[in-house]
Design a protein. Structure first.
Length: 202
């Protein structure tokens, strides 16, 4: 989640003080309201308190969701900002996620695994080490592309499997074709996103 984060040595006040600050995913999800109603996440087994995203983040999230939704078939993909995912030792709100609907199922339990696309916006809270660890877990659990957005430099770094990485400047276009196909394929005009359009208002 791209927002201010406060790491604490103790649990949030509304959690059971008898539970250790480090938890398994199962223990964390069992805490009342910790999943959907409170701003708490599990980072590599550590409970972290997070604050709501800023207006700048929300604006960018909306821009990106609209752009992705226009290019990924609605019948096949769910595109959502503040996407809640769970992974081994992790329970997080990611800035934007796009996942095949066939993987969502009908369970009321939080989604386990990684969306095909994970987008995180750089902030003071998102350290390089933390994003590296999250990215590795996502690629182990269904991720095809992991984007890191730098709002200040107006760039998007796209990571793919096998350690392929490319930085896109605002003057370039990137393709969502790998998300639809699940592998590399030739992009068409309908697949392309102009990076500048994500940073500029209409």
């Amino acid at each position: 989640m791209g927002c201010a984060v406060s790491r604490r040595n103790q649990l949030p006040q509304n959690m059971d003080s008898k539970v250790a600050a480090r938890m398994t995913l199962e223990e964390f999800l069992a805490q009342p309201g910790a999943t959907y109603h409170d701003f708490h996440e599990l980072w590599d087994g550590e409970v972290v308190e997070v604050s709501p995203p800023s207006e700048q983040y929300v604006w960018f999230q909306d821009q990106l969701v609209d752009s992705l939704a226009a290019r990924l078939p609605k019948s096949e993909f769910l595109v959502r900002s503040e996407f809640y995912l769970t992974l081994p030792g992790e329970a997080r709100w990611i800035d934007v996620g796009a996942v095949r609907r066939s993987r969502m199922g009908h369970s009321k339990q939080p989604f386990f695994g990684s969306p095909e696309l994970v987008v995180e916006v750089l902030s003071e809270s998102n350290t390089a080490l933390d994003l590296d660890r999250l990215r590795a877990k996502c690629f182990e659990n269904g991720c095809i592309q992991f984007w890191v957005v730098n709002l200040e430099l107006r760039t998007i770094t796209v990571y793919e499997q096998e350690r392929r990485v490319r930085i896109y400047s605002e003057n370039e276009t990137l393709s969502v074709a790998p998300l639809r196909a699940g592998s590399e394929c030739d992009p068409t005009g309908d697949d392309l996103i102009t990076v500048r359009s994500l940073f500029d208002s209409n």
